[in-house]
Design a protein around this ligand. Structure first.
Ligand SMILES: Cc1cc2nc3c(=O)[nH]c(=O)nc-3n(C[C@H](O)[C@H](O)[C@H](O)COP(=O)(O)O)c2cc1C
Ligand SMILES: Nc1ncnc2c1ncn2[C@@H]1O[C@H](COP(=O)(O)OP(=O)(O)OP(=O)(O)O)[C@@H](O)[C@H]1O
Ligand SMILES: [Mg+2]
Length: 511
C-alpha cells in the first residue's frame, strides 16, 4: 500500500508517530463499527485530504492485506459525504470530484446545511460514526477528543478525529512525503480554506513584487509558523460595532456582535500574596487603563487564591459573561502555579503537552525541566491558541476568550500589551473599539443635594456611565460622564445644569 510504504520508508520520526496513532484510531473505529456504520466527511481541504489517505491505509491494514504490496487504488468502501455549498471555491469542488473519481469514493453530495443534512443521512443510512479532519486549534475542535459524541442538538453519532493532535507542519509533512495530490489553491498561498467570502491567500506567504503587478504567493507548505494558518480567514464585521476603528476579530466565540458596540473584559489576578496584602497588584489597574484606551469596558477585576477550584470558578463565571478575560499570576512550574489547570477545569478540558510551546520553553530554559516532560508545556487541550510575536520570548496563551498573561509587573505588561495590540491588526486577537470620551465636573453641592436629580439623570441617559467620586471627605465632589458619543455627554451635562442653579457645576480636566 503506497501510503503505508511512504511513511514506513521516510525518516521523519515525528510523522511516523503521528501516522501510527492516527491509524490506530482508524483501526479501532473499524473494529468497533461495521463498514456500513462509518462515514467520512470529505471537503477537499488539506486536512480531509490527509484523512482520506490515512483512511485508505487504515482500511487496507484493517483488511489484513499486507501481502499485496499495492492494493487497489479504488478500493475504498467507506461512504463519503461532501456538503457542497454555492460559496465553495470552484477549485475545491473540482478537486473533491476528481479525488472521488481517482480513489473510487462513494460520494454522497449533500446540499443542505450540516445539521439537517446529517439528520436526513442518519435517518436513511445506518451510520454511527463519522471521520472528520478536525485538528486541535481549529475553532470547532474545542473540547473534542479523538472519539467525541456529536453535540447536544445534533443527530446522534460518534465524531472520530484521527488527526486531532496533528500540527500544520505534520499535515504538510504527510502530504509531501506521500506525494498525494491536494487542492491547487494551497499552491497559491491559501493555508486554510473556508468559503469564497471569508478566505483569501495568507498574506504571510506574499512575495513582494516591486512591479506593482498582481500579488504572488508562495505555496502553503512554506508557511513556517503553523499557528498563522488561519491568517487568510477574514471575518467582516457590521460597521456599527467597529466605530471609527474597524478591525477583524477571531475567536471571540460568544460575542454577540450585533448586540451593542460595547465589548467587556475582566481581569483576574491569581495570588495569595495579593490577598495577604504583602504584594500590591500593579497589573490590574494598568490593564484597566489599557483596555479602556481601546474602547473596552472593564466589568470586573478579581483576585483569587492559588487554588485550582478558585481559579476555575472565577474563569468559568467571567468567560461566560465577558467578551474577553485576562488572567495573570500563577503561571510557572511551582506548586502554587495553578492558573493553567484552573483555566482547563473552567472549560472542562484536560491539560495536555503542547509541542510548540515546549519548543519555546526549551529555548528559554534548556533541558532543566524535571522528568521527561516540561510541566510548564502542559496547556488546556483543544482550546489553546499560542499568540506569537517576535518581541515575546514565549508566546501569549489564549484559551477561547481567556488570555493568560505571564507578566508579573506593569513593565512586563506594557511589553505584552503592545504585542497584543500589534497582533490585533495581523492576528485578530482583540477588537479595537471606538474610544470612550469623557467629561469631568466638580461641584460644591453636597451628595444629599445632588443624589436624587442625578439618579433621574442616569435613567434618562442609560447609555452613559455617570459616576461620582471624591479625593477626600473634605474635598468637593467630582462627577464624570463617560460614553462613546460626545453629543450624548453634552446633552447629559446640559440636562444636569438645568436641574440646578447656574454655575453649580464646573468643568475640570480629567486628571
Ligand atoms: C460531519 C460533520 C459533523 C459535525 N458535527 C458537529 C457536532 O456534533 N457539533 C457541532 O457543534 N458541530 C458539528 N459540525 C459542524 C462543525 O463543527 C463546524 O461548525 C463546521 O465544520 C463549520 O465550519 P465552518 O463554519 O468553518 O464552515 C459538524 C460538521 C460536519 C461536517
Ligand atoms: N463542506 C464539508 N463537507 C464535508 N466535510 C466537511 C465540510 N466542511 C468541513 N468538513 C469536515 O470538517 C473537517 C475540518 O474542516 P477544516 O476546514 O478545518 O479542514 P479542511 O477543510 O480539511 O482543511 P483547511 O483547514 O485547509 O480548510 C474537514 O476535514 C472535514 O472532515
Ligand atoms: Mg476547510
Amino acid at each position: 500500500m503506497e501510503i503505508d510504504k511512504a511513511i514506513t520508508e521516510c525518516d521523519d520520526r515525528r510523522l511516523k508517530t503521528k501516522y501510527s496513532n492516527a491509524i490506530y484510531v482508524i483501526q479501532r473505529t473499524l473494529a468497533l463499527y461495521s463498514i456500513e456504520e462509518v462515514a467520512f466527511s470529505f471537503n477537499g481541504g488539506k486536512d480531509s485530504t490527509v484523512l482520506l489517505h490515512l483512511l485508505r491505509a487504515g482500511y487496507f491494514l484493517h483488511k489484513g492485506e499486507k501481502s499485496c504490496s499495492n492494493g487497489d487504488v479504488k478500493d475504498f468502501p467507506i461512504r463519503t459525504i461532501y456538503f457542497e455549498s454555492p460559496s465553495a471555491f470552484p477549485e475545491i469542488n473540482s478537486f473533491t470530484y476528481d479525488t472521488a473519481t481517482t480513489y473510487g469514493l462513494q460520494l454522497d453530495i449533500i446540499r443542505s446545511d450540516f445539521k439537517s443534512g446529517l439528520e436526513a443521512l442518519l435517518n436513511a443510512k445506518p451510520i454511527k460514526a463519522i471521520f472528520l479532519g478536525v485538528r486541535m486549534g481549529d475553532p470547532t475542535a474545542v473540547g473534542q477528543e479523538q472519539f467525541s459524541p456529536s453535540s447536544l442538538g445534533w443527530p446522534p453519532f460518534m465524531r472520530v478525529n484521527p488527526i486531532l493532535d496533528w500540527s500544520y507542519r505534520d499535515v504538510w509533512a504527510f502530504l509531501l512525503t506521500c506525494k498525494v495530490p491536494y487542492c491547487s489553491l494551497y499552491d497559491q498561498g491559501y493555508t486554510s480554506i473556508g468559503s469564497i467570502y471569508d478566505t483569501v491567500p495568507n498574506a504571510l506567504l506574499c512575495i513582494n513584487n516591486s512591479s506593482g503587478s498582481k500579488e504572488v504567493f508562495r505555496p502553503a507548505y512554506l508557511l513556517s509558523d503553523g499557528r498563522l494558518e488561519r491568517a487568510g480567514r477574514v471575518k467582516k464585521l457590521p460597521s456599527s460595532v467597529c466605530g471609527h476603528n474597524p478591525a477583524v476579530i477571531n475567536g471571540l466565540d460568544n460575542v454577540d456582535l450585533h448586540k451593542s458596540s460595547l465589548l467587556t473584559a475582566s481581569a483576574i489576578a491569581v495570588g495569595d500574596e495579593i490577598l495577604f496584602g504583602t504584594v500590591e497588584d500593579q497589573i490590574g489597574p494598568s490593564l484597566c487603563r489599557k483596555l479602556h484606551s481601546i474602547g473596552w469596558a472593564v466589568s470586573q477585576t478579581a483576585v483569587v487564591r492559588n487554588d485550582i477550584d478558585s481559579v476555575a470558578e472565577e474563569v468559568e463565571r467571567r468567560q461566560s459573561t465577558d467578551d474577553m478575560v485576562f488572567i495573570y499570576g500563577g503561571v510557572g512550574p511551582l506548586h502554587s502555579d495553578v492558573t493553567m489547570a484552573g483555566v482547563a477545569k473552567a472549560f472542562g478540558v484536560r491539560l495536555a503537552p503542547d509541542e510548540e510551546f515546549e519548543e519555546y520553553l526549551r529555548h528559554l530554559i534548556g533541558d532543566q525541566c524535571t522528568g521527561d516532560r516540561n510541566e510548564m508545556a502542559l496547556l488546556p487541550e483543544g482550546i489553546t491558541e499560542l499568540l506569537h510575536h517576535e518581541k515575546l520570548i514565549v508566546p501569549l496563551i489564549k484559551c477561547k476568550n481567556v488570555i493568560i498573561l505571564t507578566a508579573t509587573n506593569a513593565l512586563e505588561l506594557d511589553v505584552q500589551w503592545n504585542c497584543l495590540i500589534e497582533l490585533m491588526r495581523s492576528d485578530d486577537v482583540l477588537l479595537m473599539m471606538q474610544s470612550f470620551v469623557s467629561k469631568h465636573l466638580t461641584t460644591n453641592l453636597t451628595d444629599v443635594e445632588i443624589a436624587r436629580p442625578l439618579s433621574k439623570l442616569c435613567l434618562e441617559f442609560p447609555d452613559l456611565y455617570i459616576g461620582c467620586h471624591r479625593k477626600s471627605r473634605k474635598e468637593p465632589l467630582i462627577l464624570y460622564f463617560k460614553g462613546k458619543d460626545q453629543d450624548r455627554i453634552e446633552s447629559a451635562i446640559e440636562a444636569l445644569n438645568k436641574k440646578f442653579c447656574p454655575g453649580a457645576f464646573v468643568e475640570i480636566n480629567s486628571s
